[in-house]
Design a protein around this ligand. Sequence first.
Ligand code: D41
Length: 714
Amino acid sequence: MTAPSPLRLTEIEELTLDEAREEHAALVAEIHHHRELYYSKDAPALSDADYDRLEQRLARLEARFPELVTTDSPTQTVGAAPSSGFGKVKHKVAMLSLANAFEDEDVADFVGRVRRFLNLSEDAAVAFVAEPKIDGLSLSLRYEKGQLVQAATRGDGAEGEDVTANVRTIKDIPHTLKGNAPDIVEVRGEVYMNRAEFLELNRVQAEKGDKVFANPRNAAAGSLRQLDSKITASRPLRFFAYAWGEVSAPLGRTQWESRQKLESFGFTLSTPSRLCDGADALLDYYREIGIQRPTLPFDIDGVVYKVNDLALQERLGFISRSPRWATAHKYPAEQAMTRLNTISIQVGRTGALTPVAELEPVNVGGVVVSRATLHNKDEIERKDIRVGDMVIVQRAGDVIPQIVGYVADKRPADSHPYAFPDHCPECGSIATREEGEVVTRCTGGLICPAQAVERLRHFVSRNAFDIEGLGIERIQLFFEQGRIRQPADIFTLEAREEQRIDRLVTMTGFGKKSVEKLFQAIEARRTIALDRFIFALGIRQIGEATAKLLARAYRTVETWQARMVQAASERADKREEKKPELVGEAYAELCGIEQIGVSVADDLTDFFREQHNLDALAALLEQVKPEEYVPPATASASPVTGKTVVFTGTLVTMGRSEAKAKAEALGAKVAGSVSGKTDYVIVGADAGSKAAKAQELGVTILSEEEWAALIAGH
Ligand code: D41
């Protein structure tokens, strides 16, 4: 086995963030590797105790540096493949979702809609049950002859997962119903965890080196979806009942009566609940619960209002998937106050400098927050956030925590406005901001290590090269070791390390088998679809959809590259020119592609103007062969399949976009300007220079009607 890297001998308390990040990446790679050996190959290379030590070290590292936790960290995933382990359950009665209200007016609207739908007068009283909306997971419990026979998660509302064995371990859930229950009763409610019990669970988990959860809701979900019920049994799960599904006899005439019936069966209800007789009473309830919210033992994200009379519920029915007779009234995100210790700058793949608030750790509604995004320079200026301020941190659901503002009377006397860096903190290059943009960017390109790593991560990501066994942690490790600096290096790795596989094994802790598999996976990607290839380059604004458009328009990597280089040089000569057709032919052609505008064209040409990008691309193309784009076969080839067409002038029967889309659907390539390669120019009213040019070049000119006749029936 590999010797532990020297850093691992350092006490976690003494690590700097950078050291921690480095060690984290190495540990994650190592644990994934051993899990693979253990679970997939049944060939563990470590004793259980040694393996546990790795996991413990990782958990303690993440407990001290929560910002290092990623969704694919071993602390966030279980060893063996999960989900598929549960059977599916079709709900007899669909589990509906809830519409949301945010403002007071939304509640008045809800009550008004109910009244109008039922044709009731303005002042007719309608009774509602109001109850807290607990932030957990919905569950459906089926009882037959009073016995619990099946428990299922909500899933998509129609079908969920069978979690019966695990649910039997939840103390709040009776195995046998008390009293006289109908033969069939499906009880619905929420599984959740109390805040205090969640924090205690996390403390114990971290101590044992086990998974630490982000919030009570995640902890409840993770605990319920355990393949081993013994684990579920050890977790502090709770349940309250709020509704029912299939019942062989009604539980009552009203929601309130039915709730009481559920309570008589032995369930806990969501409390404090209340019967209210209209919008004003509902809003009073909302405000009272809002005041109690921080001191309630569990997380709530709102309250729920339900029409009390079940006959009225029946008449109201539902729209799409939510009942007309109920709505959730949400609370704003939870907030807390803490000190802003410093502002750090993260550098992304495209060089974007993102300011991050490093906070004195604070508990925001049950979750410890130590970092929050500050978005960009303008945002910091607008809010005038300064280092040393006491700030209000807000957390809503699973989104990244945000800084709402600072507390004026707590601002230190010597504080001064934050000076956003004008140099990249990672590579020292100048950081600039283009006109009209909010983002400040490092101009270092590939010499900036932060950008290089982020680009490599993007390059190997799932929708790009998707190289099995080359996850982001390994990329980070290889980059730090100098083994992979640019995409092409991935493909030369084997040739370079061939003689020294053993050294690679020792340096990375991967295991020989795993290295061999990695090499195979890399080999398998030497051919790749053109659109994936383009997407993988990580050019600004070139997402998957745009990469597809480019692949479709240019077909081969050679054509694409040549046209981009030309467009880039055209633009270099005519940077101030705003009209694409006056910039040059290749640039105009690019802008002529449906859905590609000048802003995307400018980012593309910027990429192709940089020598280091051209070098990296050339090196990569020596290793990789992107496949020619083959247009999806249309039912039958149309008369314009493979033809290049140009539309000019005002079309009368259809808009320009529609005409282009139609032509492209028929397999034609739509260009923005006329050249020797153009097959047809379709001229509408007041056609100008393009029609003249077509005539000059001897290109076939069609009127709109002639074009319509040509493609008729296709
Ligand atoms: O506390 C809750 N999370 C809660 C959720 C609740 N108290 N009542 C609810 N009632 C319903 C209806 C009205 C559709 C029976 C709900 C939910 N639904 C619900 N939660 C998640 C999806 C739907």
